[in-house]
Design a binder for this molecule. Structure first.
Ligand code: SAM
Ligand code: SF4
Length: 336
């Protein structure tokens, strides 16, 4: 018997799950982490087997799209085994899409394995094409390694979308160059508005809040920009650049004009489900997973109970917020 799908109290079907598989990362992007991070002890993390059970349960309940994120998901030991195992849900038709958000550092090693597991599209985060600026913004990252990763991904047959955090005075003047680079390589590009992360200190902040309205205006200085009606149920809006035919996305993570079509929930690497990125509503899925190693019914109940509490939306009016101290949760915890 097919179980009832996951429908929240506002009649939204939950078909998109984003799972963070680690809080660790080989980079220390200044807007995401402090240099000296304390990471969770291993026993707090869901094991690969637990991640499999958790994702498979969501898929049985109607999740069609699964995005793996982190921290940096590809630094988690054994993660390719997990990707390989998730491939069975693509084969069976239960899952439409398996995808990953990555900083690209490990792609040279794993691009072929990801393709073999059934991944066809990836999101790759990259804010600058300048070696020194890349080292400054990621602290520990090195651009050539990531560019080799982009090459490897495209060679493997993966479609790559670039996500760039918009930072005034940092990558502002690089907008045409980044855009052209993406056009030449046939990659879509999405700009993300920087979100305030309260507890990572300001002293290191490179670049400032650059509103996406202004990013869009910057495009109008260089291109003919046409708005597209297309929505994905998420916070992105799209335009087309007529000169290149490229689709450019804009993500304002905390704007609430997309809440009514929200189809997603997030699970952290410790098995906490967050029903809304802009709210603190959460529930623990690890306890039912661990207490019942061979029975998925309690986990399913916990998932249904959590979805039953999904809020209508977040009442975070970004335009009126100060930029500091609003979000104490790290993006690396909820996976962005
Ligand atoms: N490590 C992977 C990566 O960088 O793609 C996946 C996890 S990372 C937390 C996911 C996304 O969140 C990245 O695109 C990153 O740029 C974005 N991000 C991190 N901190 C952010 C912040 N303060 N504001 C906006 N986006 C942020
Ligand atoms: Fe790591 Fe991604 Fe956060 Fe950068 S944004 S520190 S790559 S998790």
């Amino acid at each position: 018997m097919t179980p009832a799908p996951l429908i929240d109290p506002f009649a939204r079907a939950i078909t998109y799950l984003r799972v963070s598989v680690t809080d660790r990362c080989d980079f220390r992007c200044v807007y995401c982490m402090s240099e000296n991070m304390t990471f969770l002890p291993k026993k707090e993390l869901l094991t690969l087997e637990e991640l499999d059970r958790l994702c498979s349960t969501f898929i049985r309940l109607g999740v069609k799209k699964l995005r793996i994120t982190g921290g940096e998901p590809l630094v988690r030991r054994g993660i390719m085994t997990f990707f390989g195992a998730m491939g069975r849900h693509l084969d069976s038709g239960a899952l439409d899409e398996l995808t990953v958000t990555t900083n690209g550092s490990q792609l040279e090693k794993y691009a072929d394995d990801l393709f073999a597991a059934g991944v066809r599209r990836i999101n790759l985060s990259l804010d600058t094409l300048d070696d020194d600026k890349f080292a400054a913004i990621t602290r520990w990252g090195r651009l050539p390694q990531v560019l080799r990763g982009v090459d490897a991904a495209q060679r493997a047959g993966l479609r790559v979308k670039i996500n760039a955090v918009a930072l005034k005075g940092f990558n502002e003047e690089e907008l045409p160059r980044i855009t052209q680079w993406c056009a030449e390589r046939g990659m879509d590009l999405t700009w993300i508005e920087v979100m305030p992360m309260g507890d990572i200190g300001n002293e290191n902040r490179l670049g400032q809040y650059w509103s996406l309205r202004d990013v869009r205006r910057a495009y109008e200085d260089h291109y003919t920009v046409t708005d597209l009606a297309e929505r994905t149920g998420g916070p992105a809006r799209y335009v087309r650049l007529e000169e290149t035919g490229q689709k450019i996305g804009f993500i304002t993570p905390l704007s609430h004009n997309f809440c009514e079509s929200c189809n997603r929930v997030r699970v952290t690497c410790t098995g906490e489900i967050f029903m809304c990125l802009g709210q603190e509503d959460r529930a623990d899925l690890r306890a039912p997973l661990r207490a019942h190693p061979t029975d998925d019914a309690p986990l399913e109940q916990a998932i249904r109970a959590a979805i039953g509490l999904k809020p209508k939306g977040h009442d975070f009016d970004y335009s009126r917020q100060r930029l500091d101290g609003q979000m104490t949760r790290h993006m690396s915890h909820t996976g962005g």
